[in-house]
Design a protein around this ligand. Structure first.
Ligand SMILES: [Fe+2]
Length: 247
């Protein structure tokens, strides 16, 4: 992607988001939160692409994908007043619809549009459909990592509360990715976010999660339980084995 196209996307994005600015005191902070998240993820996706040695054009495409990945959020929260996809709409799919309605597909090289649309469509899915095109698969992996990284900033853990579900603790100790759908207690959310470690695609992301203190904050916010020492050991071992891997 050329610099001029990336810059035009930033302009479009700013204008687009402003159309969702609202006098509604419940909606406006949510719009601003997602605007900030989108801009931060654009930078993270650029940084990750660069760290992998992608060339300038692919790095700018990654930045554009970061900027656009949550574009469905603004209409979602305006219409449904929630970010919960289950209660409203798949915001990855809605994002692609919004981009098409704005004619963004016509501004990009066809192969860049294909990669951007695929990455936006599936960034929030539990699993990405098999993708034989390595370039599409790569961009989808980048955004899924950097999105998770910034969600840890947006949603810091609450203090220890009602305990984790034992079933989830066992799943975590088995090294399995946990899902929002499995959350039954306040503390379960922390285990779900910690389990993202097992799902991220690049050691860069593991290092960033640790360096920004997200791992320690999540661990420190877990309530005492019989499984907690084993959970801490599991995380420490995972970091020792994976954080220094080559991307
Ligand atoms: Fe999203």
């Amino acid at each position: 992607m050329e610099t001029a196209i990336l810059e035009s996307l930033y302009h479009w994005f700013g204008d687009y988001v402003q159309t969702f600015y609202s006098d509604d005191a419940e909606i406006q902070p949510k719009v601003l939160e997602k605007e900030k998240h989108s801009l931060i993820v654009a930078g993270l996706n650029r940084d990750l692409a660069r760290s992998l040695g992608l060339d300038a054009a692919e790095t700018q495409l990654a930045e554009a994908i970061g900027l656009c990945h949550d574009v469905g959020r603004f209409r979602q929260v305006t219409v449904y007043r929630t970010f919960r996809d289950r209660d409203s709409v798949d915001h990855g799919r809605l994002g692609v619809e919004e981009l098409l309605a704005a004619g963004i597909d016509g501004r990009l090289e066809p192969r860049d549009w294909e990669a951007l649309a695929f990455a936006v469509r599936w960034h929030n899915a539990a699993a990405v459909p098999g993708q034989p095109d390595a370039r599409l698969a790569l961009h989808s992996k980048l955004i899924r990592d950097t999105d998770k990284l910034d969600i840890c900033r947006v949603l810091p853990p609450s203090p220890p509360a009602d305990g984790c579900s034992p079933g989830l603790e066992n799943e975590f100790l088995a090294g399995n990715l946990l899902y929002y759908e499995d959350i039954k207690t306040t503390d379960d959310r922390k285990l779900v976010m910690l389990s993202w470690l097992f799902d991220v695609n690049f050691p860069w992301t593991i290092r960033e999660l640790a360096a920004r203190g997200h791992i320690d904050r999540l661990l420190d916010a877990l309530p005492p339980s019989a499984a907690l020492p084993a959970i801490r050991r599991k995380v420490a071992l995972f970091l020792a084995e994976n954080a220094s891997r080559q991307d």
